[in-house]
Design a protein around this ligand. Structure first.
Ligand SMILES: NC(=O)C1=CN([C@@H]2O[C@H](COP(=O)(O)OP(=O)(O)OC[C@H]3O[C@@H](n4cnc5c(N)ncnc54)[C@H](OP(=O)(O)O)[C@@H]3O)[C@@H](O)[C@H]2O)C=CC1
Ligand SMILES: O=CC(=O)O
Length: 292
């Protein structure tokens, strides 16, 4: 099966690599073309533009940074719209808001193509291990067609109904995650400043009711001041911003998420946007290990 893949950042590279390793023929495109090289070494072919990829493949997956990128790749010259037609599908797995997704869906379907949004929960390692959670919504027939690819990239896929529901679910999940990361950072700093060993805090947390993979994975690296990016902080802040807009639209008060968003904005202003989202710890941290 020949599939297209647009966007070879942290996530897209790992996801398309998994498809290749499991026997899919993959045609890739990335704005910075040199990022295609490693995929080509593993058997991918390169399309010169998004339109060229879409013309070649039955369906094309995209994994792009944000709403502006998702829109640009579809609507700009030689973009997805210039290649899509009846019988072809477009699956956007980027984290965007429902308005962006709906705009893309309407344009694709107006040209006779079918559309699915399918944002994912899970970061670099789950993407490498094929352990993502896929939150799909849109054209059910395209969802069914894409299940063999979803089964390779993910450990579980949900079909959530009409376009917009996948985007909203993803924003709710990441709003919770971003808020938790801030509470966790404050806890680490409070332990340290009040004379407790943060490592012991991690051990205590891991044995109790709020034990979770994120604290377990990120805690040790945060204590070391190692923020090598798995989930870039600028993307987490984008997700907080979009989730807050969803709260605004639905008149849901979200004071905790609003405070977390401010912390991520502060981290961006400190030049930490391209670091891992756990670098938000630096907004409250006073002691800096010499390695940071
Ligand atoms: N990293 C993670 O843990 C997770 C990320 N996500 C979401 O997945 C998406 C991708 O994330 P991730 O891979 O980490 O991000 P990266 O920043 O690593 O990659 C972003 C990709 O978008 C491309 N891009 C950005 N702007 C444009 C544009 N204007 N036109 C064309 N292409 C563009 C980049 O191209 P170029 O290489 O040229 O810059 C790159 O391929 C985001 O929506 C993120 O929120 C979801 C779950 C987990
Ligand atoms: O969007 C990020 C994630 O870890 O999920």
């Amino acid at each position: 099966m020949e599939v297209g893949f647009l966007g070879l950042g942290i996530m897209g590279k790992a996801m398309s690599m998994n498809l290749l390793k499991h026997g899919f023929k993959v045609t890739v495109w990335n704005r910075t073309l040199s990022k295609c090289d490693e995929l080509v070494e593993h058997g991918a072919t390169v399309g010169e533009t998004p339109a060229a990829v879409v013309k070649k493949c039955k369906y094309t997956i995209a994994m792009l940074s944000d709403p502006a990128a998702a829109l640009a790749v579809v609507f700009e010259k030689d973009g997805v719209l210039d290649g899509i037609c009846s019988g072809k599908g477009y699956i956007d797995m980027s984290t965007v808001d429902d308005e962006t997704s709906t705009k893309i869906s309407e344009a694709i379907t107006a040209k006779g193509g079918s559309f699915l949004e399918a944002p994912v929960s899970g970061s670099k390692k789950p993407a490498e291990d094929g352990q993502l959670v896929i939150l799909a919504a849109g054209e059910k027939a395209l969802y069914e067609e894409a299940i063999p690819a979803f089964d390779i990239m993910g450990k579980k896929s949900f079909f959530l109904g009409p376009v917009g529901n996948g985007a909203k679910m993803k924003l709710v999940v990441n709003m919770v995650m971003g808020s938790m990361m801030n509470a966790f950072s404050e806890g680490l700093e409070l332990a340290d400043k009040s004379g407790l060993d943060p490592q012991t805090l991690l051990a205590v947390l891991d044995l109790g009711a709020i034990s979770n993979p994120m604290f377990r994975l990120k805690g040790p690296t945060m204590i070391q001041g190692n923020y090598s990016p798995a989930f870039p902080l600028k993307h987490q802040q984008k997700d907080m911003r979009l989730a807050l807009a969803l709260g605004d639209e639905n008149a849901v008060p979200m004071p905790v998420a609003a405070a977390a968003n401010e912390a991520f904005k502060k981290a961006r202003s400190m030049g930490l946007g391209d670091k891992d989202f756990s670098a938000v710890y630096e907004t409250v941290r006073q002691f800096k290990p010499s390695s940071s």
